[in-house]
Structures are given as structure tokens and as C-alpha cells.
Design a protein around this ligand. Structure first.
Ligand SMILES: Nc1ncnc2c1ncn2[C@@H]1O[C@H](COP(=O)(O)OP(=O)(O)OP(=O)(O)O)[C@@H](O)[C@H]1O
Ligand SMILES: CC(C)(CO)[C@@H](O)C(=O)[O-]
Ligand code: BAL
Length: 631
């Protein structure tokens, strides 16, 4: 926490004050009651709803229910306990009417706001204070006990801060000082942990009820109590369950079971997907699972769970093998205008629209409603690309895949001409995957004129890949920017396999305000560890075997991560040095954001990246490592 605990004994007592409450909701009535118990007088409260009036009667017996004007007029301390969204208008409205008084304490209990929202009261000479109890309230006398020891975030100008602290201390709370600017994220954290926990428990109870269990709350209590206790004490280190065990099959079975729940409970599937993906990423960062396990879990979580969930879902079992072995789908790809609806039923994948020109793309996009995601590729598609497609499908209503071998990113002597091209097979694969639009422009459509205005990728493009392939990233960003502008997606998905490319795309989107979300997807590997790549097709059987040195080196490096940066590089280099027929271009341990080399003493996340040629085929691979001792 950025704040320092306050020194309780030095906080002055504000003396006996006349307290007025505006908004006798749960928090207002309870805090006023506590202030009363501390010796202050409650001079009035506003209470519009019957519930609020009952609350005043129960918690503040004898206190008159008044109008806002009357409360503000009579009170030396005005307690504003209204909803956050009402607060600014209320304070400025009272200011415009000249109701605020010099010397009056004006205290609000919003978590999100500091004292700036009280500026109209300060302008009239009153003393603005913001206090926020990190607690949930029932609005009954039960809450009074909960105030003892309850942390309160306190924000106020330095000279009057002790007054706010003293008020908190008087009602039994523990004040801590919080900067105004940090309040929104502080409040988001509490809402996420405290409120969304309620939703999570409710969803777990509904799923248990769907399993025919009668007292889900009773059943859950021991587990949830132990899990909460463990999480608060040991964070992710205490995590148990299928994600940390790498039980991908179980996760898939869960998704399928949840997809079959009644419509009103379908939010559970959505919640499960998001939280399991977040759990996977956190378990990976905490070193509880390896990258291949995380990749497999994230892929499973991105797959449509049931054919009924998405009309054009891919076949589920068999994954890439099923796609690759399947015959080309009947019928040629369709042009904009679409497949006649009568030809399609829910189980038949829709043909994607194949757009070869900008005009065809524009027409295809016009016919799509909802949100859309873009996946950019150079074709010769494999399961790695399909994992990008599935990640896109999990996040948007429609998916556009571009297939284009971009000449601008190839240097002289590189494999532009030899690069594998098979549009028909790619479209067939994308049809099976349920993609909506395939954009495969010709060179003349992609670059109707020699581009005069170029994207400058900046310094990150001069190291690693950029050092060996000068001009490569300028060419990549030129086409990425262009296709983003032609497709105008809500989000675009890129592979972590090209980590430097992913980082540069993110930087371009940030620096040029392109207004698109960039999603990164973990590296998809063959069972023996080789990163999937279209260029693997160039490898003969012996070379294919030798190419394993790259992923083996990364694994050796990652396993040495606890011993620090130097050990990581030494371990990885050892594998590469021992490998025959592997011509190393670079092996580098760099900062995952800046791509600058990491010092031997570095701790935290690092990116271990490798590029090497095997029999003339240039391959790249990388892994993230967590440097330094695990805690
Ligand atoms: N194994 C993989 N796992 C995850 N994403 C991948 C994988 N391979 C490629 N991608 C991603 O797919 C997108 C398109 O990449 P591209 O068409 O260049 O495929 P590729 O197999 O990497 O080809 P190449 O052999 O030219 O490197 C990029 O965002 C890339 O990072
Ligand atoms: C992003 C991309 C499709 C641009 O040509 C290419 O660099 C790739 O395939 O990663
Ligand atoms: N996969 C990145 C594109 C390229 O190598 O040109």
C-alpha cells in the first residue's frame, strides 16, 4: 500500500459536533450511529425511501428526518453518504445555492473520490474530508462491531488530515492516508475482491444446485473459507486445482458441462473462462506451471465449448490433426454477398467470405454486426495460427483473418519467393475454424502505390530480429497499420512466437493512438517442443530433429531462472553449443518490454529469445522466465 499507517495517539479529537447525514443508506446510518456513540450529536438525516426511514428509526432513534437544505444548515459536520455518481452534482448544486458554510466539516465516504469533488464546498470556506471504510455494510447494528479495527482510507489537505484521522479513530477504525490519485484503483481493487467475490460464490452455488445439490452454501463453506484464508496468506502459492495441475482435459470437461447449463446460468461459463485464463497467467508468472502447460490451458479456454454456442465452431476433438486430415470443404469459397442462408444449418460450418480486394473486404465488413477481431498471417496456416483464431473467437462476435506474404518485410536474399503459399488450403482450414472473413489481397490491392509515408518502428527494431533483418519491422508495421485501418477491428490477435513483433505492434498502437486492443497468445508447440511455424515445412527429417535444440535451450534456461540471469544464459548456451548443425544467430535474455539486455543481477520477468539457422532455415523461439528466487 502506498500509504503509511497513521499515528493514532497524536490525532486530535474534533470535540463534540452536530452531525448531519445526507443519504441515510447503509453506510450513512451506521457511521452516524457510531459518531453518536462517540459523543457527537446527530442533528438530522435525509431519508427518502421507506427503507432509509426505517434505518434512521432503528440506528438513529430520535433523530429528525429533514430535507438536504435543513441538514446542511444545521450541521457542523455534514456526512455525505450518497452514491458516487450523485456526489459531484449534489456538492456543486448546494454550492450554487450558497448552502455551504465556512468552517463546516464536509465529509464524504466515496471510495473513488478524494476531496477535489468537494471543491464547491471548499470554495465557501468549509473543510473537505474524504474517508472510506474498506468494509461491506448490512445497514444494521451488526455493522457497528465491524467498525472496530476496520481500515479507513483517508484523503484530505495536510493541515486538516488529523481531523479526518481523529474522526475515524473515534469510531474505532484504523485510518490510513491515501493520495487522491490512487483512490480509483484502490476502490476498484476493493470492488473486485469484495463485491465480485459475491458473484463468484453465487455462481458456484447455482452450478452446485444444477448438479442437484440441495444446500450449496453449506457445502461450499469449508472449501471457500480455507481457500480465502490460503489466498490471503500465501497468494498464488496456495493455489490448487486443475489449472496448477495442468489438467487440460478436466478444464475442457468443465467448459462443456457449464455450456450445458440453463440459459440464465450461462454467465457461469463466461466467468469460468475468464477466471481460469487469469488463473493460468498468474500461475505461469508465479512459476507454478510451465509455458507449454499454460499455452495448452489457454487454448482450451479459448475454444468454443459446445457446438451450440457458436454456429460455426471448429471440430473439438483432435484439434489440428482433425483439421489437417479433413478433406477440403465442399464448394468454392464464396465472394461477398454470402452463402445462401438456406444452405446452412447450425452444425455446418459457414464458408468464410474470401475478399481479394479492398472493395470486397469493405462489402464483407458491412454485412457483419457486433464486434470483430483481426488475425494477421502470412498463410501456410498451422495449429499455432488456429490458436490465434480461437482466442479471437472467444473475444469477438466475428473474426477476420488476413493472409498476405508482405514483400516489405523481407530483405534481399530472404525467402520471400520461396515462402509457402496455398490459399485454397488456408481458406479450407479457416472455414472449419468458423472464421467469417478471409482477406487475401493481391500485391496491387495491398500497395496500390509505392508507399511514401512509412512507419518508423523506433529503437526496439534495431536489436535481435531487427539487427539481423534490417527494415523487417518497418515493413511489418507498415502492413499491420494498413490492415488495421482497412479492417478496423475491435481487437487484433498476435502470437508471442514473434515476441518482438508483438511488442512493436503494441507500441505502434499506443504511440499512434490506433484505438484497437492487442491480444497476445502463447506459443503453440509440437509435442516434442518445437515451436510451430510455417517455416518448419522447409526442414528435412534430420534438420527437424536438430531444430529441437532451440526449444531445449530455452527450457534449460528457464529451469535455471532461480539462479539468476547469468545462469539462464549459460544453461541455454550450453545446449546450443552442444547442438550440431545449428547456426546460432543470437541468444539473448532481455527485458520483455524494452528488449534491452538484462544485467546479471536482474530479477523479475525476462524474455529469453533465440534465433538460429538449421540447414538454411532460419527459426526463432522464445520463452519468458522469472529471474531470481521464488517466494
Ligand atoms: N507457434 C505459434 N504459436 C502461436 N502463435 C504463432 C505461432 N506461429 C505463428 N504464430 C503467430 O501467427 C501470426 C502469423 O504468423 P506467421 O504467419 O508469420 O506464422 P509463422 O508460422 O510464424 O511463420 P514464419 O514461419 O514465417 O515465422 C503471428 O502473430 C505469429 O506470431
Ligand atoms: C503480422 C504479419 C502477418 C505481417 O505481415 C507477419 O509479420 C506475421 O505473420 O507475423
Ligand atoms: N513470423 C513473422 C514474419 C516473418 O518472419 O517475416
Amino acid at each position: 500500500m502506498s500509504s503509511a499507517p497513521t499515528n493514532r495517539p497524536s490525532a486530535p479529537r474534533p470535540g463534540r459536533l452536530g452531525v448531519g447525514v445526507v443519504g441515510a443508506g447503509r453506510v450513512g446510518a451506521v457511521l452516524a450511529s457510531a459518531l453518536r456513540a462517540a459523543g457527537h450529536a446527530v442533528v438530522g438525516a435525509t431519508a427518502v425511501s421507506e427503507e432509509s426511514r426505517d434505518r434512521v428509526e432503528a440506528l438513529l432513534p430520535g433523530v429528525p428526518v429533514l430535507t438536504v437544505d435543513e441538514v446542511v444548515e444545521r450541521a457542523e459536520l455534514v456526512l455525505l453518504t450518497v452514491p458516487d455518481d450523485v456526489l459531484p452534482g449534489l456538492v456543486s448544486g448546494l454550492g450554487e445555492l450558497g448552502r455551504w458554510q465556512g468552517g463546516q466539516l464536509v465529509v464524504h465516504t466515496s471510495g473513488r473520490y478524494g476531496t477535489e469533488v468537494l471543491a464547491p464546498a471548499r470554495a465557501a470556506g468549509s473543510i473537505p474530508l474524504a474517508i472510506h471504510p474498506a468494509m461491506t455494510f448490512t445497514g444494521t447494528s451488526l455493522d457497528l462491531g465491524r467498525l472496530t479495527g476496520c481500515p479507513f482510507a483517508v484523503t484530505a489537505a495536510a493541515p486538516v488530515l488529523p481531523i479526518a484521522q481523529a474522526l475515524v479513530v473515534e469510531i474505532g477504525g484504523e485510518p490510513f492516508v491515501l493520495d487522491e490519485a490512487r483512490r480509483p484503483v484502490y476502490h476498484a481493487a476493493l470492488a473486485h475482491g469484495g463485491n465480485h467475490l459475491v458473484t463468484l460464490v453465487a455462481q458456484a452455488e447455482r452450478a452446485l444446485a444444477a448438479a442437484g445439490l440441495e444446500e450449496p452454501g453449506v457445502l461450499l463453506t469449508p472449501l471457500l473459507t480455507a481457500a480465502l484464508d490460503g489466498a490471503l496468506r500465501g497468494g498464488e502459492q496456495g493455489l490448487t486445482g486443475p489449472v496448477v495441475r495442468g489438467d487440460v482435459g478436466t478444464v475442457r470437461a468443465h467448459l462443456e458441462a457449464l455450456a450445458r447449463l440453463d440459459g440464465e446460468d450461462l454467465d457461469i461459463l463466461d466467468g469460468y473462462r475468464h477466471l481460469a485464463a487469469a488463473t493460468t497467467r498468474r500461475a505461469l508468472a508465479a512459476g507454478r506451471i510451465t509455458e507449454p502447460v499454460a499455452a495448452a490451458l489457454l487454448d482450451a479456454l479459448a475454444e468454443p465449448a459446445d457446438v451450440t454456442e457458436r454456429a460455426a465452431a471448429p471440430a473439438r476433438d483432435g484439434g489440428a490433426q482433425a483439421f489437417a486430415a479433413a478433406p477440403a470443404p465442399a464448394g468454392a469459397p464464396v465472394v461477398p454477398g454470402g452463402t445462401p442462408a438456406a444452405d446452412v444449418d447450425a452444425a455446418t460450418p459457414l464458408e468464410p467470405v474470401l475478399a481479394r480486394t479492398r472493395a470486397e473486404l469493405a462489402a464483407a465488413l458491412r454485412s457483419l454486426g457486433g464486434t470483430r477481431a483481426l488475425v494477421m498471417t502470412m498463410g501456410a496456416l498451422h495449429e499455432g495460427h488456429l490458436s490465434l483464431v480461437r482466442a479471437a473467437q472467444a473475444r469477438a462476435d466475428h473474426v477476420v483473418v488476413s493472409v498476405y506474404v508482405n514483400p516489405l518485410q523481407f530483405g534481399p536474399g530472404e525467402d520471400f519467393e520461396a515462402y509457402p503459399r496455398d490459399l485454397e488450403a488456408d481458406v479450407a482450414l479457416l472455414a472449419r475454424a468458423g472464421v467469417d472473413v478471409v482477406f487475401a489481397p493481391t500485391d496491387a490491392e495491398a500497395y496500390p502505390a509505392e508507399p511514401l509515408v512509412r512507419v518508423d518502428p523506433g529503437p526496439v527494431a534495431t536489436v535481435l530480429e531487427g539487427r539481423t533483418r534490417p527494415g523487417h519491422f518497418a515493413g511489418v508495421l507498415q502492413i499491420v497499420c494498413k490492415v488495421l485501418n482497412l479492417v478496423r477491428p475491435d481487437l487484433a490477435v498476435f502470437g508471442q512466437k514473434d515476441a518482438q513483433q508483438l511488442a512493436l505492434v503494441r507500441t505502434m498502437v499506443r504511440d499512434l493512438d490506433l484505438g484497437v486492443e492487442i491480444v497476445g497468445v502463447p506459443i503453440r508447440r509440437e509435442p516434442d517442443g518445437l515451436a510451430m511455424s510455417s517455416r518448419n515445412a522447409y526442414l528435412g527429417p534430420a534438420e527437424r530433429e536438430r531444430a529441437l535444440a532451440l526449444s531445449k535451450a530455452l527450457r534449460a534456461g528457464a529451469e535455471a531462472a532461480e539462479a539468476g540471469a547469468a545462469a539462464v544464459v549459460t544453461a541455454a548456451r550450453g545446449v546450443l553449443d552442444a547442438a550440431e548443425g545449428v547456426d546460432l544467430d543470437y541468444l539473448a535474455l532481455v527485458d520483455p518490454d524494452t528488449f534491452l539486455p538484462l544485467a546479471d543481477t536482474a530479477t523479475g520477468p525476462g524474455l529469453l529469445a533465440v534465433a538460429a539457422s538449421v540447414g538454411g532455415t532460419r527459426l526463432i523461439d522464445n520463452t519468458t522466465v522469472q529471474l531470481g528466487p521464488r517466494h
